[in-house]
Design a protein around this ligand. Structure first.
Ligand SMILES: [Zn+2]
Length: 204
């Protein structure tokens, strides 16, 4: 079974056309600048989601992850950011890709992710861990949505299951927090079952 058709629908139905536009614009900004861009996802009283006024860019995205009172008028559902995968790879290899290189790179990455049954949009372990920790201290509802500059028409959202944040998982998360790097790795085995995952298309 493909997890993309996993059937959960926690975020998708609450996305307003404005929020969809914010996702698309933010992914485009990341593609053009080669930096992370993001914002908080706010939840209204009527259950609809929208983008916070406070936006983040580049290394600021790890600072904005710390939510402040007033970032959302209602609840803070979570945090969204786009990963600049193309630029990160350029830095890793120390070269500048041509448009043809980029096309090839994207199709190779898509092929690889299909084979491993993970999306290109998948949040990092650090992203998911931070969200769980915030849910633990009730700063946000713990949702994390991520995107990539390699495939601009989708986002992936991870939302904690009911009772996912408890004495044991939050204690474990605190310990793991001291051992987890800020970039890179996929979500670890222990954290995955605590979340429901959705891949949301932005082009429909
Ligand atoms: Zn991230």
């Amino acid at each position: 079974m493909n997890f993309i058709q996993g059937g959960v629908n926690l975020i998708k139905d609450k996305i307003t056309p404005e929020l969809k536009r914010s996702f698309l614009e933010t992914i485009e900004k990341t593609r053009n600048s080669g930096k992370e861009h993001g914002f908080f996802i706010c939840e209204d009283k009527d259950d609809k989601l929208h983008a916070s006024d406070r936006k983040c860019e580049g290394s600021l995205c790890s600072i904005i992850v710390d939510p402040k009172i007033g970032d959302c008028p209602g609840k803070i559902k979570g945090f969204f950011h786009a990963h600049p995968h193309i630029t990160t790879l350029e830095k890793t290899y120390g070269i500048k890709f041509s448009q043809t290189d980029i096309k090839e790179l994207i199709s190779m990455s898509k092929e690889l992710s299909k084979r491993e049954n993970i999306s290109l949009q998948i949040p990092s372990h650090r992203d998911v861990l931070t969200s769980l920790l915030q849910k633990c201290i009730r700063k946000t509802e713990g949702t994390v949505c991520t995107a990539t500059d390699m495939e601009k028409d989708k986002i992936e959202c991870w939302t904690p299951k009911k009772n996912a944040a408890n004495f044991i998982t939050c204690g474990y998360a605190k310990i793991d927090d001291t051992k987890t790097e800020d970039i890179g790795e996929y979500p670890k085995m222990w954290i995955k079952p605590l979340f429901d995952k959705e891949v949301i298309r932005l082009d429909e």
